[in-house]
Write a protein that binds this ligand. Structure first.
Ligand code: PEP
Ligand code: CO
Length: 448
């Protein structure tokens, strides 16, 4: 590597926002050395496969469904919760594919989504000021001073939880559970009797009938057929840069560097400064990358990010995830789309309708309204239609659990119901009914 060129530690020379103040530098150094010696979680070839799939999204030939928790939790970690999250994602993907005829690229916010950017270093709990919760890879959410002390050993726990999660996801997606012939099994029990559940069941029946028809016509649906497996890729915010650096490895096939903690990494709204450490790190890894763009992002910033992160203009390498808020999407998004199109950069555009629509309820719960989430997606589609650009996907915070964290939806969750089942460690997530309902609405937008 030439002096001054990119290497996994070159971000050290740049200002790095949102890094934790580890109190124990010796323990931190030991953990990082251990992480650097542990096996990669994903392979470079898989990341390249995702880049190709996202290239199809950028070209208007596929749609991205990226979904999962705001923050994965060390406490809520079980085979059942992973399976149920996967069920919702598979179910949404089937609704989208069947409803629109467009292939759906599936990416989870999963198996590594542990670090959170926070607007303030401390928070007030009652009368006491505590260090803020930064995600389970850094500290614990229990509101006591000792729980909030950053502990570097948590990076090892996050690595191991990611490895187990990924192992289970690989087994589920390649071992028969995600077989299209099993489509009925993805309807979660509490969903099955609801209107969305019945609507999904009707699609499942039609898929069954289509498979029987193809079989009768002699189409080969034996074990090698792609209908028996799905690709589910992993992603998380590349926020905690020393963790990402420790998992960045040279690919033996191409000689390039890949961050092997996940297939796709994104840079958040708070860390996308062009000269900052996060952009420097992302610039050198071979993985596909995303950058979140909020309502203050300018066309110049978007172009600078394109030049810096995808100078070669490789389709699928760079995706912009816009999170404008329902009130701003129709005015803030067009200048960005226009500038990037005019510059000829092949980015995929994806809508995160969650992070621009968060507010606190009277009870103090962070929440979002289903109508705002849907409204931002509708605005996103309208802008792309007007700009002759492809609305390439959605980025959703959801869970397979029957939570009451977001308002509205078919069940019409009210503010008073939020405390009933509010279990997120960070932002509010759509529950399975709201997610499936949303998928039907997005499929209609794609068709229209
Ligand atoms: C997130 O995706 O959880 C997040 C913090 O998003 P943003 O960077 O868009 O605020
Ligand atoms: Co979030």
């Amino acid at each position: 590597m030439p002096e001054g060129g990119w290497h996994p530690a070159s971000w050290h020379t740049r200002p790095a926002a949102h890094q934790p103040p580890w109190p124990d530098p010796v323990a931190r150094a030991e953990v990082l050395a251990q992480l650097a010696a542990l096996p990669p979680l994903v392979f470079a070839g898989e990341a390249r496969r995702l880049t190709r799939a996202l290239g199809a999204v950028a070209a208007g030939k596929a749609f991205l469904l990226q979904a999962g928790d705001c923050a994965e939790s060390f406490d809520d970690f079980s085979a059942d919760s992973i399976r149920d999250k996967l069920k919702v994602i598979l179910q949404m993907a089937v609704v989208l594919t069947y409803g629109s005829g467009v292939p759906v690229v599936k990416v989870g916010r999963i198996a590594g989504q542990f670090a959170k950017p926070r607007s303030s270093a401390t928070e007030l709990i009652g009368e006491i000021e505590l260090p803020v919760f930064r995600g389970h890879i850094i500290n614990d959410d229990t509101p006591t001073p000792s729980a909030r002390v950053p502990d570097p050993r948590r990076m090892l726990a996050a690595y191991h939880q990611s490895a187990s999660t990924l192992n289970l996801l690989r087994a589920f997606t390649k071992g028969g559970f995600a077989d299209l012939a099993q489509v009925h099994l993805w309807n979660l029990e509490f969903l099955a009797t609801s209107a969305e559940g019945r609507r999904f069941e009707a699609i499942a029946e039609e898929i069954d009938r289509a498979l029987r028809f193809m079989n009768a016509c002699g189409v080969d649906l034996s074990v090698d057929s792609p209908i028996h497996q799905v690709d589910l890729f992993t992603s998380h915010e590349a926020l905690l840069l020393e963790y990402e650096e420790a998992l960045t490895r040279r690919d033996s096939l191409t000689g390039g560097w890949y961050d092997c903690s996940a297939h796709l990494l994104w840079i958040g709204e708070r860390t996308r400064e062009i000269d900052g450490a996060h952009v420097e790190f992302a610039a050198g890894i071979g993985n596909p990358v995303e950058v979140k763009l909020g309502p203050t992002a300018t066309p110049d910033e978007a172009i600078a990010l394109c030049e810096r992160l995808n100078a070669d203009r490789a389709p699928g390498r760079l995706t912009f995830v816009t999170r404008m808020g329902v009130d701003k999407v129709r005015s803030a998004l067009p200048p960005l789309v226009r500038a990037v199109s005019a510059a000829g950069h092949p980015v995929a555009w994806v809508c995160d309708p969650m992070h621009g629509n968060t507010f606190a309820s009277e009870s103090g719960h962070k929440t979002r309204h289903f109508d705002d989430v849907l409204g931002e997606i509708q605005g996103f589609f309208a802008v792309h239609k007007a700009e002759a650009s492809w609305p390439g996907g959605v980025h959703i915070e959801l869970t397979g659990d029957d939570v009451t964290e977001c308002l509205g939806g078919i069940e019409g969750i009210l503010e008073a119901q939020l405390p009933l089942r509010y279990t997120t460690t960070c932002d509010p997530r759509l529950n399975a009914r709201q997610s499936t309902d949303l998928a039907f609405r997005v499929a209609e937008l794609l068709r229209g």
